[in-house]
Design a protein around this ligand. Structure first.
Ligand code: G4P
Length: 294
C-alpha cells in the first residue's frame, strides 16, 4: 500500500486519531523493530498526549535480538512500556493484555474501589503503513477482523473486536505518516519495504543498505554472497556500488552485453534482507542513527 502524504492528509489523520482516542483507554504504538526510530511518527507524543501507551516492536523475528534489547531499554528509559512481538506468528502477543493491566492499574483500582466491575480495556493500534497493524488486529482477534482502507481519510463504521484477555480493539487502526526530513529515514524505510521502491532509486537503497551491513553485519554479508575481500569500510556510494556489482556477478544478475544489472542485484539484496535470509538485522541503533551518505 502506498500513501502519498500531504499536509492535508496528515492533519486529517491526526484529527481522526484524536477522535478515536476519546473512545479508548490505551494506545498501541506499533513500530518496526528493525527501524524503531525511523518507523515512528514525528508527532506521536503530541497526538497521543497523556493517554496510556504501549510501544510494540513488531517484526521482532526479523530484527537483531541484541538490538531488540537495546531498543527495549531505550523506550523504557523514556518512561514507556514496551514489548517486542511478532504479529505473524503471535510470539509475544499473548503478553499484551498483561502489559495493558500494568498501564491501567490505577484506573482499574479506582473502578474497583468505587464498587464498579472493571470493563475490558479498549485499545487502538496506530502506526505507519506496512508496520503490521492489520496482522496484529487479526492476531489478537483470532480471525480476519481488521478493516483496511488504503488511504488515511477512509471512514467506515468502526467496531469493537473482543480479544481473549479483557481487551477490546478498534477494528480500524490509526494510520500515521513516517518522518520525511531525514534522507536516512527514507532509505531505511525503503530497505525494509515500508515505503515502496519506486519512491527512491532501488540501487541507492541497496548501496545505503550495503554501507550499514558492511559496518554492522560484516560476517552475514560476507557469508551470504561469498565476499571474502569485502573492504573494511564502504565510505561512499561508489565503494558500496562496487560491492553491489560483485553481488550481481556472483548471483548472475546480467543485463544486455553481459554487463552487471545493478537493479537486479539490488532486488536480490533487498529480498534477502526482507525475508530474513541475511539473518536478523536491525538498521539503526538507539542514539546512533547514521544519516544517508552520498
Ligand atoms: P499494515 O496493516 O500496518 O499496513 O501492515 P500489514 O498488517 O498489512 O503487514 C504488512 C506486512 O508485514 C505483511 O506482509 C505482514 O505479513 C508482515 N508482517 C506483519 N507483522 C509481521 C511480523 O511480526 N513479522 C514478520 N516477519 N512479518 C510481519 P505481506 O502480506 O507479505 O506484505 P508485503 O510485505 O508484501 O507488503
Amino acid at each position: 500500500m502506498t500513501i502519498q502524504w500531504f499536509p492535508g492528509h496528515m492533519t486529517r489523520a491526526k484529527r481522526q486519531i484524536e477522535e478515536k482516542l476519546k473512545l479508548i483507554d490505551v494506545v498501541f504504538e506499533l513500530l518496526d523493530a528493525r527501524v524503531p526510530e525511523s518507523s515512528r511518527n514525528p508527532m506521536i507524543d503530541e497526538i497521543v498526549g497523556s493517554k496510556p501507551r504501549l510501544v510494540l516492536l513488531n517484526k521482532a523475528d526479523l530484527a537483531d535480538a541484541e538490538a531488540n534489547k537495546a531498543w527495549n531499554d531505550h523506550f523504557r528509559s523514556m518512561g514507556l512500556e514496551v514489548l517486542a512481538i511478532d504479529a505473524n506468528t503471535g510470539t509475544g502477543v499473548k503478553e499484551i493484555p498483561a502489559r495493558v493491566k500494568v498501564l491501567l492499574k490505577e484506573k482499574i483500582e479506582r473502578q474497583i474501589a468505587k464498587g464498579m466491575r472493571p470493563r475490558p480495556a479498549r485499545a487502538l493500534i496506530v502506526g505507519i503503513p506496512n508496520v503490521g497493524k492489520s496482522t496484529l488486529i487479526n492476531r489478537l482477534a483470532g480471525r480476519n477482523a481488521a478493516v483496511t482502507g488504503d488511504r488515511p481519510g477512509v471512514t467506515k463504521g468502526q467496531q469493537w473486536i473482543r480479544t481473549g484477555g479483557d481487551l477490546e480493539l478498534l477494528d480500524t487502526p490509526g494510520i500515521l505518516w513516517p518522518k520525511f526530513e531525514d534522507p536516512g529515514v527514507g532509505f531505511r524505510l525503503a530497505a525494509t519495504g515500508a515505503i515502496k521502491e519506486e519512491v527512491l532509486p532501488i540501487e541507492e537503497v541497496a548501496c545505503f543498505l550495503l554501507q550499514w551491513l558492511a559496518a554492522s553485519y560484516r560476517d552475514a554479508l560476507k557469508e551470504r554472497y561469498g565476499l571474502a575481500d569485502l573492504p573494511e569500510e564502504l565510505p561512499d556510494m561508489a565503494a558500496a556500488s562496487e560491492v553491489l556489482e560483485e553481488i550481481g556477478r556472483r548471483r548472475g544478475c546480467l543485463g544486455g552485453g553481459g554487463r552487471i544489472d545493478y537493479e537486479k542485484a539490488s532486488g536480490v539484496l533487498l529480498r534477502d534482507l526482507r525475508s530474513g535470509k541475511l539473518g536478523r538485522i536491525t538498521l539503526e541503533a538507539p542514539g546512533n542513527e547514521p544519516s544517508a551518505s552520498s
